[in-house]
Design a protein around this ligand. Structure first.
Ligand code: COI
Length: 352
C-alpha cells in the first residue's frame, strides 16, 4: 500500500520546557491515518496534519464501543538517535485485539514502516531529557453509521504521538493502590485481554472513588472469587514474595503486557524464580505485615516500572518501604536498554 505524505500547513511551537511534560496532553504536528471498508480493505494511508475527524453521529464506535488501541514509546538515545521498543509486539497485540473485537487486522510490516516515517517527520518532538519519551498511540475505531449491534464494515486506523514525562506525578515515588473488592473490571470469557476502550471505561467508577480518597490506582481482583489479583488500571503488577517474583498468569482476563514480558525476562536473568499464579489479596496484606512480601511494582509502557508503597483493601492498609532494590534494578535495566545506555541482548530495540 502507498503511503502519502500530506503537506503541513502550520507547525506548532516545539516542546517549551521538557521538565513540565505530563502524560498525554500534548500532541505533535502530524498523524498517520488509513481507512477500511469491506469492499476495498485498507486504503488511503497517509501522514496528515494532526486534527479532528468528522464522524457520523451514528458511527458504531460511539454506540457499541468497537475500538482498540495500543501504547508504545520512542526514546531519544544518548547518541541523538531515536529507537522504538518492541514495536512489532505492539502491532501483533493490536491484531489480537482486532480479532477479539471483530475488527480487521493490519499489516504489521506496513504499520511499522508508516510509524517510522511518521516519527522521522516528527523527530523534533522526541524529547531529550531523562525519563521523557514520545508516547505512540495506534488506534482503530468503527465508523460505519448504523444502529444495529454488529461489527462495522468501515474503520479508521490512526496513530497519534505525544511527548511525555512520567505517567505518575511522583515519577519513581511509590504509588498508593486501592484494592477493589466491590467492583470488577472484566470477567472470564470477556474482553480483558484485548486492549479495548470498554475495559478502561469499566474501570472509571472505582478509579474515581479511589482518586477521591487519595489513591493513585485501583488493583482489580478476579470477578469470580473477588479474591485473586488481576492487574492495576494502567499496568500489570508483580510482587517479590518469599524471594520469588509472583505475577498473575495470562488467562484471558488481563493484558499480555509487553513491559511485563520484558521484565519477566530481566527477572529470570537475575536468577530469580518467577511464579505466574493467582496471588490472593490476603497473601498481599498478610505478606507485607509478615515481611514475606517485600516489594511490589507495576509494569506498563506508560508506567514503566512503578513501585507500590501502599495497599488498602476495605479498612486494612499495609505499607511498603520506598522503591525496593529489585524494583530499582529492573527499572534501571529496562530504561538502560530503552535509552541505549545498556546493551540490548534480546534485540528489543529498533532504531529509526
Ligand atoms: C500504556 O501503558 O501504554 C497504556 O495503554 C496504559 C494506559 C491506559 C495509559
Amino acid at each position: 500500500m502507498d503511503l502519502q505524505v500530506l503537506p503541513l500547513v502550520e507547525k506548532k511551537a516545539p516542546i517549551a520546557d521538557e521538565s513540565k511534560l505530563v502524560f498525554g496532553k500534548q500532541f505533535t504536528d502530524r498523524m498517520f491515518v488509513m481507512e477500511y471498508d469491506a469492499d476495498r480493505g485498507w486504503h488511503s494511508a497517509r501522514i496528515a496534519p494532526y486534527g479532528p475527524f468528522i464522524l457520523d453521529p451514528a458511527a458504531l464506535v460511539f454506540h457499541y464501543a468497537q475500538e482498540i488501541f495500543e501504547g508504545l514509546k520512542a526514546f531519544r538515545r544518548q547518541d541523538g538517535s531515536i529507537a522504538l521498543f518492541r514495536p512489532r509486539d505492539n502491532f501483533e497485540r493490536f491484531n489480537r485485539s482486532a480479532r477479539r473485537m471483530c475488527m480487521p487486522e493490519v499489516n504489521v510490516d506496513f504499520m511499522l514502516r508508516a510509524l517510522k516515517e511518521l516519527i522521522r517527520l516528527e523527530a523534533d518532538w522526541v524529547p531529550r531529557s531523562e525519563g521523557t519519551s514520545l508516547y505512540i498511540r495506534p488506534t482503530m475505531i468503527a465508523t460505519e453509521p448504523v444502529l444495529g449491534v454488529k461489527p462495522s464494515e468501515r474503520y479508521l486506523c490512526y496513530i497519534i504521538l505525544s511527548p511525555v514525562g512520567a505517567y505518575y506525578k511522583g515519577g519513581l515515588n511509590p504509588v498508593k493502590i486501592w484494592i477493589s473488592d466491590e467492583y470488577a473490571r472484566v470477567s472470564p470469557g470477556g474482553t480483558g485481554e484485548a486492549k479495548t476502550g470498554g475495559n478502561y471505561a469499566a474501570s472509571l467508577y472505582a478509579s474515581t472513588q479511589a482518586a477521591s480518597r487519595g489513591y493513585d490506582q485501583v488493583l482489580w481482583l478476579d470477578a469470580v472469587h473477588r479474591k485473586y489479583v488481576e492487574e492495576v488500571g494502567s499496568m500489570n503488577i508483580c510482587f517479590l514474595y518469599d524471594g520469588k517474583v509472583v505475577t498473575s498468569p495470562l488467562k484471558g482476563t488481563i493484558l499480555d503486557g509487553i513491559t511485563r514480558r520484558s521484565i519477566l525476562t530481566l527477572v529470570s536473568e537475575e536468577g530469580i524464580e518467577i511464579e505466574e499464579r493467582a496471588l490472593s489479596v490476603d497473601e498481599i496484606l498478610d505478606g507485607v505485615e509478615s515481611g514475606r512480601l517485600s516489594e511490589a511494582f507495576g509494569t506498563g509502557t506508560a508506567a514503566v516500572v512503578s513501585p507500590v508503597g501502599q495497599f488498602t483493601c476495605g479498612s486494612r492498609t499495609v505499607k511498603l518501604a520506598g522503591a525496593g532494590e529489585l524494583t530499582l534494578k529492573l527499572y534501571n535495566r529496562l530504561t538502560g536498554i530503552q535509552y541505549g545506555k545498556l546493551p540490548d541482548p534480546h534485540g528489543w530495540v529498533e532504531t529509526i
